[in-house]
Write a protein that binds this ligand. Structure first.
Ligand code: SAM
Length: 460
């Protein structure tokens, strides 16, 4: 792996940069694999996330805990996640370790137990969004936005798999958020960047790196921040991150922000054992110093702006009628939900968000909200996959526990052969976790796993 000479020379003098070991680390073929557990999945405790052994049927061996996050672990080797049913059940997210430092930024700058409005502006494929969702309270609302339309489906699928009820997925340009002045308590900008921090994982990206691209990225980062900052409230927190080593995209952007806007830089506590390099504005992750890829993060507090008051909107959500609500309530145990219809699909959102959702529908291109419950056809609910992935389902909904091989057949959307316990809709469970729905008929079992999510590979 030959790193761009211009990148190496531009990093001279940057906090924590040590050319020789940096190049050596890139030349070695070492790969770090890490996962972040989903605390929102029911019975997660039943899985033995032990430090020293396989967890379930897949070759999933934990090495160590990632020190800056409550939920992250390094794995000894990279297993085939595709062939792990618990991956498809949303029990964990495969995520680069350094980027889980977002947890420290949130914990140390924001009171996470209070209801917050959080925007993850550059969200696809959803690593930071699922992490944020695990950290905020149930009464908080996360707007998970992705501007590039083709990247929205993967974001939506990951949000559904994570089992979230309090997340709205949007497809907006950063400038659209100027309509939401002073609305958010926290904004995370995990900015599109030149990507040098991920060279070790993706050596092909080296060919795409150029000084000119760094310049273009830094101009785009400025535009993104200038566009979104009006939607942050006074005293609100902005978390800015990149996976680039270039100062032009990191400290220089922070300096520019401080000069342009009424914001102040936040310092957070880091343990020296973590081997993270503190820099003038933020925190730098060097792969030759710690177990993780290149990453930069900085936190700011906005000093101007006004209070936000939600004006009662003229528009309303189309709520389900009493009869429909009664049908839904036979499926859903959680009482504090509000159900509304959008293009025939019923969505569940926590009741306290109704006004916010109307406000967001009025101002943004919402692609998904809360939990898709399903459609009612001839007085019967056809449940959506998202309902199976959520924690909303009543304990009385029938389920079938399947073996590893049957789980894989199910996830391949093959016909599955099991002893049928009864007729009708059943949840398919593997090691206590829902994978999706089947409908058991008199003479066959219909597999309702979403076609677009099915495993395409025949074997590991
Ligand atoms: N936060 C994501 C995660 O943790 O999974 C990764 C985000 S990635 C570093 C940057 C994202 O910014 C990409 O999804 C990309 O599509 C999006 N993006 C590209 N151009 C953008 C722009 N002009 N404004 C906002 N986002 C943009």
């Amino acid at each position: 792996m030959v790193l761009p000479e211009k990148l190496l020379s531009s990093l001279k003098g940057v906090e924590g940069f040590d050319k020789e070991v940096f190049e050596k680390t890139h030349a070695s073929s070492e790969q770090v694999t890490s996962v972040r557990m989903n605390p929102g999945k029911r019975s997660i405790d039943n899985i033995q996330w032990s430090m020293d052994g396989a967890i379930h049927n897949s070759p999933f061996i934990i090495d160590n805990k990632i020190p800056w996050t409550q939920y992250g672990y390094y794995l000894k080797e990279r297993p085939s996640f595709t062939f792990d049913p618990l991956f498809h059940a949303g029990c964990y997210y495969v995520q680069e370790a350094s980027s889980m430092f977002l947890e420290q930024a949130l914990k140390q700058t924001v009171g996470l137990s209070i209801p917050l409005k959080v925007l993850d502006l550059c969200a696809a494929p959803g690593g930071k969004s699922t992490h944020i969702q695990s950290l905020i309270s149930k009464d908080s609302l996360l707007v998970s936005n992705e501007v590039i339309q083709s990247r929205v489906p993967v974001l939506k699928d990951n949000i559904i798999k994570w089992g979230c009820t309090n997340v709205i997925v949007t497809n907006n340009d950063p400038k659209d958020f100027s309509r939401l002045k002073n609305y958010f308590d926290v904004i995370v900008v995990d900015a599109p960047c030149s990507g040098s921090g991920l060279f070790r994982r993706d050596p092909e990206a080296i060919d795409e790196w150029s000084e000119n691209n760094v310049k273009l990225c830094s101009l785009r980062q400025q535009r993104i921040i200038a566009d979104v900052l009006p939607s942050l409230k006074k005293n609100g927190v902005l978390i800015y991150s990149t996976c680039s080593y270039s100062k032009e995209e990191d400290e220089d952007i922070c300096k520019w922000m401080e000069e342009q806007f009424q914001i102040s830089n936040f310092k957070i506590q880091i343990s020296s054992d973590w081997k993270i390099a503190g820099s003038s504005y933020g925190y730098r992750f060097w792969p030759d110093k710690l177990k993780g890829e290149g990453f930069f993060l900085a936190c700011f507090q906005k000093k101007d702006g006004e209070d936000f008051f939600l004006v009662k909107a003229k528009n309303k959500l189309t709520l389900v009628n009493k009869k429909e609500a009664a049908i839904i309530e036979t499926w859903i145990g959680e009482k504090r939900m509000q159900y509304f219809l959008r293009n025939e699909m019923i969505y569940a959102i926590p009741g306290n968000f109704e006004e916010d959702i109307i406000f967001l529908y009025d101002n943004l291109r919402i692609q998904y909200a809360g939990v898709a419950v399903g459609e009612i056809i001839r007085d019967k609910l056809i449940p959506h996959h998202a309902l199976a992935m959520s924690n909303l389902i009543c304990g009385s909904i029938p389920s079938v526990r399947v073996s590893y091989d049957t789980a894989i057949d199910y996830l391949k959307k093959k016909e599955i052969k099991i002893q049928t316990p009864g007729k009708g809709w059943h949840l398919v469970q593997f090691e206590g976790h829902n994978l999706g729905w089947i409908n058991i008929l008199a003479n066959r079992i219909n597999n309702y796993y979403p076609k677009e999510l099915r495993i395409l590979k025949e074997s590991v």
